[in-house]
Design a protein around this ligand. Structure first.
Ligand SMILES: Nc1ncnc2c1ncn2[C@@H]1O[C@H](COP(=O)(O)OP(=O)(O)OP(=O)(O)O)[C@@H](O)[C@H]1O
Ligand SMILES: [Mg+2]
Length: 711
């Protein structure tokens, strides 16, 4: 018998109907040869209450279904959908954990006006298990809040405000803790200290996923306090790691770390170097946060530090209220219900930015509501007219002083610090607005320099090969190094005399050395493709590039007009690195894992304009460099023959040596004049020194390279 339910939508069809052949076998054949399912009743109508297989037994009733309908706790939901939070594979899980903790630390330090210093330790604790510890010198967290912050999903201080910060959802660190607990059974450990005089608090926590509530597992369910006096002894007693002093130069008295938070999460993970790694995240964080010092110990015990290049904190971003244009009807209704304001006029002016009492009056007039009416008594219909009235009233654009860009100078500095190159430029766009939220885009570009693949040491390459999960060497090269495309990978493998399909994990020592030498020797500048660093509120985005509006805009830009080669739909070729930063009071991520930015048209437009800005400057530089190079080559050709020509003329005309020499000098003078472009000197802004009119404009940095030196 075939179960025929109500007529399915096309999408449901394949799910609810048996495949045609099975239907034929089950149904009765009709005169026209088509199968007719049995529970079409005589007049061809569908019996909507047909049973589900057994005799007169219904599959489920509303009542039986009701017994199964119940709340889903947010922790249960995300434990099942951990990929939504960036925990879809062990490699990403490790990185996401570090990232969530570091982002929180940076937010907390900046909010408290403390120049951030952060210690990151990743230790291996056995088969695919790692212990991640992140400590900051931030303000610390008060005792009562610690369990809620680390043991309850969707709990935080940033969701309900419009202020530029790295975190916004209140889910990051508790999700990392939950993932750790689910994969290793180990609790999250937190120690937090508010000042040297106050006791520090130490908690070991688990999440009760059923109820989305924290469970404190140490100190008889209450955590433990470490008194200021016996702090260091207590640290030893409870086996808690804590960086108690800043590192300083030898001979200097180390200063005490007065406050801060350290979180330790043990989790199942995979430690891999190269693209999408913890190393890469920290390096990129250093580019966009020049005021941060980061200390990092990796699972092999290697220690590295990124020192801050400025002690000046970025200006504090202002918190703003939502702009009326960006508020949807549903939200407006909730706001009306929740407000404490006594009148509509007060509600509008207090809840929104850019609404003065005059504007509030206009809105109310348009909506035919009196300004004195009680907002909590506004009905559905009136809310609807209020919403329409807002759209029809002229309200000035949101204030944009809530945005703090990195700034062109610091972008140049940061890029030059980490990406070697010969030409750098940056552009910060003026603020714009999407859905009522202010945002701005800034772009930095670096050209020239060696690729990551050429910088890697033999030891690191050996480690990377051992850890890689790529199936072929070609795939390994392309996955591990930014900007290394298939063409460059093939070049390296041909030079190393290796097959493209060889497995990276099986290489012998001498083969690795051979590969390493090939990576150094091959000229990768042609095979290289553009590297794109994406940032949102100073946080590097390392995954889902294809889904991100930034990558889409980079791909959509016509880089050929700026002197780079690019095939349609691909990243341009060449030793170019582009960093794009979006700063906003609310970054529209495509998912909770905060990996890609959604492509609102206003954002796409700003991205396009910013990329065109730096592209034009690159075009000017490449064009000029090309000219200088061509003229230099022309001159060297002239020079090669001038001696010959002068000599030959001397022989023909029977001239004395002196005259031949003076003839040579004259010819040389002409050659120099003809190829004057080769003498063009560029100053450190890339301006022609003799010609001030043809400017690159501000915010360009040119590092002289040996290969473009003139003769
Ligand atoms: N190291 C820290 N120092 C001080 N406060 C912290 C620290 N880490 C977290 N917090 C507080 O805990 C809250 C919750 O952090 P969590 O990472 O879960 O969410 P979030 O940062 O608000 O948003 P997101 O989910 O986008 O990261 C933060 O809003 C902040 O108030
Ligand atoms: Mg966070």
């Amino acid at each position: 018998m075939t179960a025929v339910k109500s007529r399915p939508s096309p999408a449901q069809k394949s799910l609810t109907f048996d495949p045609p052949r099975a239907a034929e076998a089950n149904g009765k054949a009709t005169a026209n040869g088509r199968a007719q399912p049995e529970n079409l009743n005589g007049n061809g109508a569908i019996d909507h209450h047909a049973d589900g297989g057994g005799k007169n037994r219904r599959r489920a009733t509303a009542e039986s279904m009701a017994t199964k309908q119940r709340d889903i706790s947010v922790s249960e939901f995300f434990a099942k959908n951990r990929h939504l939070l960036g925990f879809d594979n062990p490699r990403k899980a490790l990185l996401t954990t570090v990232k969530e903790a570091v982002d929180n630390s940076l937010d907390a330090c900046e909010e408290a006006g403390i120049v951030p210093e952060i210690w990151v330790v990743v230790e291996s604790t056995g088969n695919n298990r790692f212990k991640v510890s992140v400590q900051d010198n931030g303000p610390g967290i008060v005792k009562k809040q610690i369990p809620l912050i680390f043991g309850k999903l969707l709990y935080g201080s940033k969701f309900h405000r419009l202020r530029m910060s790295r975190g916004q959802q209140g889910i990051g660190i508790s999700a990392a803790g939950m993932y750790g607990m689910l994969t290793t059974g180990k609790p999250v450990k937190i120690i937090s200290k508010l000042s040297p005089k106050k006791p520090a608090h130490y908690f070991e926590l688990q999440i009760d996923t059923k109820h989305n509530q924290p469970e404190i597992v140490n100190g008889k369910g209450e955590g433990v306090d470490l008194s200021a006096k016996s702090f260091h002894d207590d640290l030893k007693k409870y086996e808690i790691d804590w960086e108690s002093h800043y590192r300083t130069d030898e001979g200097k008295e180390p200063q005490e770390v007065k406050s801060g938070t350290r979180v330790t999460i043990e989790l199942e993970g995979r430690f891999i170097r190269g693209r999408g790694s913890v190393d890469e995240y920290l390096e990129q964080t250093a580019i966009a946060n020049p005021h941060v010092t980061l200390h990092y110990r990796d699972p092999e015990g290697n220690e590295s530090s990124y020192q801050r290049s400025t002690t000046q904190l970025p200006p504090e971003p202002k918190e703003i209220k939502p702009h009326p244009y960006g508020v949807e009807l549903g939200r407006l209704v909730t706001m009306l219900k929740d407000t404490n304001a006594g009148t509509m006029s007060a509600f509008l002016t207090e809840s929104f930015s850019r609404v003065s009492s005059a504007v509030a009056r206009k809105i109310c007039e348009e909506a035919k509501i009196t300004t004195r009416s009680n907002p909590r008594r506004i009905g559905r219909q009136e809310a609807d007219s209020l919403y329409q009235a807002i759209q029809n009233t002229r309200i000035s654009s949101p204030a944009t002083d809530c945005l703090v860009p990195i700034g062109e100078q610091l972008i140049l500095k940061g890029l030059a610090h980490v990406v070697p190159g010969e030409f750098y430029c940056a552009a910060t766009r003026p603020p714009a607005v999407y859905r009522g939220n202010p945002f701005l885009i800034e772009v930095g570009l670096a050209y020239g320099g060696v690729s990551q693949a050429q910088k890697v040491s033999l030891e690191t390459l050996t480690e990377m090969l051992g850890e890689s999960d790529a199936r072929t060497l070609r795939q390994f090269l392309m996955n591990s190094f930014d900007g290394l495309g298939s063409e460059a990978a093939d070049k390296i493998l041909t030079e190393a005399k290796m097959g493209t399909r060889q497995s990276p994990g099986r290489l012998k020592k001498d083969e690795i050395a051979q590969l390493h030498a090939a990576m150094k020797n091959v000229n990768l500048s042609e095979g290289q493709s553009m590297q794109v660093f994406r940032y949102a509120n100073r946080v590097p985005l390392q995954f889902q590039p294809a889904a991100c509006a930034i990558t889409q805009s980079v791909l959509g830009n016509n880089w050929r007009s700026y002197g780079l080669s690019q095939s349609r739909g691909n990243l341009p070729q060449g030793p170019v690195t582009v960093m794009v930063h979006m700063a906003s009071v609310w970054v529209p991520f495509t998912s909770e894992s905060k990996e890609a930015i959604a492509g609102y048209p206003e954002i796409q437009k700003e991205l396009r304009l910013a990329l065109q800005g730096v592209g034009r400057k690159l075009g000017m530089y490449l064009n000029r460099r090309q000219k200088v190079k061509q003229e230099g080559e022309r001159r060297s050709v002239f020079l090669r023959y001038l001696g010959e020509v002068a000599g030959a003329v001397g022989v023909i005309q029977d001239l004395e040596d002196k005259k031949v020499e003076s003839l040579y000098e004259k010819l040389l003078h002409v050659a120099k004049r003809k190829t004057a472009e080769a003498d063009t000197k560029l100053d450190d802004r890339g301006k022609k020194i003799a010609e001030a009119d043809e400017e690159f404009g501000e915010n360009v940095l040119i590092v002289e390279q040996p290969e473009i030196k003139q003769i």
